[in-house]
Design a protein around this ligand. Structure first.
Ligand SMILES: [Zn+2]
Length: 126
């Protein structure tokens, strides 16, 4: 019987966060990047996936600003350099520009699950 952690991809994502890493998978068959971690490749169906640590550098693919009574915030889609896309936010910028370079950071707020957010990277052209 396989170890339960091997069969629980989201658990491996959380384990990555626990050591400050943003993890994703690559497929041994079609070589695509996969996020979130999952049991099989969504592109070709292969089960031979390996876990990787992302360098956390990416480019903003889209930005939505949410206007709120208390404080406006944004939702972004980030294209990571390794070839996968994820939803997150850029907490320290009201309305970041599409195409901005960003770097992942682990955010741990009181009473909340740790999460990956992004900071703008100055002078790092795409
Ligand atoms: Zn594949």
């Amino acid at each position: 019987m396989r170890d339960v952690h091997e069969t629980a991809p989201y658990q491996r994502y959380l384990e990555g966060l626990a050591r400050g890493a943003l993890v994703y998978q690559t497929c041994a068959s079609c070589h695509k990047a996969i996020f979130y971690p999952r049991p099989g490749c969504p592109f070709c169906g292969a089960l031979d996936l390996s876990l990787q640590d992302s360098k956390g550098l990416g480019t903003l693919y889209s930005v939505s600003v949410v206007y709120d009574k208390v404080q406006n915030y944004n939702l972004v889609l980030v294209d990571l350099d390794e070839g996968f896309r994820m939803m997150s936010c850029v907490p320290d910028c009201a309305a970041p520009a599409i195409g901005s370079r960003v770097k992942a950071r682990l955010e741990q707020l009181d009473d909340q699950e740790p999460r990956i957010v992004f900071d703008l990277v100055e002078g790092d052209a795409a």
